[in-house]
Design a protein around this ligand. Structure first.
Ligand SMILES: [Zn+2]
Ligand SMILES: [Zn+2]
Length: 328
């Protein structure tokens, strides 16, 4: 490193290690990153069936509460599990040896669950016991957390039941995040009424063209709540899907947002403003179901998305772990 480079590095606080061992320092004593923290993720797949039927309820009541999930003898999913772990790097440049991680996940999770009927797999799902609960996505993930936590430095788990439904657990296994994905198609024009066309084009570019353009929006809604000790749910999934359909998808789908959705008559429908409005529409009705709206993510195109965290006090830590899981 030249003196000038060293001075620049000192000034910016980024004094770099030499890229190659310098004379007199053996390669074995240089451990790039040793001791520094890192989050790693590992993916695992399993297929399993389950049935939502509480023995204390009649057939009619089971059907009313759990819909087609209560149909005997059950139905199945191809589950995808993402395990996020954190720790300092060792001398080999790893948080953990991935082979150990793979074997722990196989021994504790995929061997006991793959190609099985989840209701029969673990005592948590034995509904003849008063403490037994339905093997919902979030309850299965909670049970996986309790089995992996003694063996791996977990910071987060995600379980996809399908690409449009997944659960996350971060730190507190009694609490889970449940996410659903849906979509709608809509047109919009980005322009502020008080500005001229050229002024609007200077701000919004092609998006300010007078007759608008459209997107196929992907909408992810994430709620947070405690897992019910009997139903295994953070909230009634049908009810959540019903609220998102009724309050967002139906009124927004196949519309010109500026003209057809009253809020956007006076508010420029950028992806950010649409996401914020969706969060405002959903917050109170979701709170009435017993869960809290945590996040709205609106993807406008493959290249841009807006995310609104409805629970601002949690902004400091949780989104970072959710992002690690999402990027896995
Ligand atoms: Zn199912
Ligand atoms: Zn647009």
């Amino acid at each position: 490193m030249s003196q000038q480079n060293a001075a620049e590095s000192m000034a910016t606080g980024t004094l770099a290690m030499p890229a190659t061992p310098s004379a007199g320092v053996s390669a074995g004593t240089l451990h790039h990153g040793r001791g520094r923290g890192c989050v790693i993720t590992r993916r695992a797949l399993f297929s399993a069936s389950h049935l939502y039927r509480l023995p204390e309820l009649s057939d009619e009541e089971n059907s009313r509460r759990f819909g087609r999930c209560s149909l005997a003898p059950g139905h199945g999913h191809n589950y995808e599990l993402i395990v996020a772990m954190a720790g300092p790097l060792d001398a080999d440049g790893m948080v953990l040896n991935l082979s150990d991680v793979k074997h722990a996940i196989r021994r504790e999770v995929t061997d006991p669950l793959d190609f099985r009927f989840l209701n029969d797999c673990w005592p948590e799902f034995d509904l003849s016991r008063p403490e037994g609960r339905l093997p919902t996505t979030e309850a299965v993930l909670q049970a996986i957390w309790t089995r992996l936590a003694p063996h791996l430095p977990l910071v987060g788990l995600r379980l996809y039941e399908q690409p449009t439904l997944w659960a996350d657990v971060i730190g507190n296994p009694m609490e889970a995040f449940l996410s659903i994905r849906t979509h709608f198609a809509a047109a919009h024009r980005l322009a502020r009424e008080e500005l001229s066309l050229s002024e609007n084009e200077a701000i919004y570019g092609k998006c300010a063209r007078p007759h608008g353009h459209g997107h196929n929006y992907l909408l992810d809604v994430t709620v947070r709540g405690t897992i019910d000790p009997r139903t295994g749910m953070v909230c009634d999934l049908d009810q959540l899907q019903g609220l998102v359909n009724e309050l967002v998808v139906e009124p927004f789908d196949h519309t010109f947002l500026n003209k057809d959705v009253a809020h956007f008559a006076s508010c420029v429908p950028t992806a950010e403003n649409i996401a914020l409005h969706i969060a405002d529409l959903l917050s109170a009705p979701i709170a009435a179901t017993g869960a809290a709206l945590h996040k709205v993510r609106l993807q406008e195109s493959p290249n841009n998305a807006a995310e609104v965290f409805a629970e601002t006090p949690l902004l400091d830590t949780r989104p970072a772990v959710l992002e690690a899981l999402a990027g896995a």
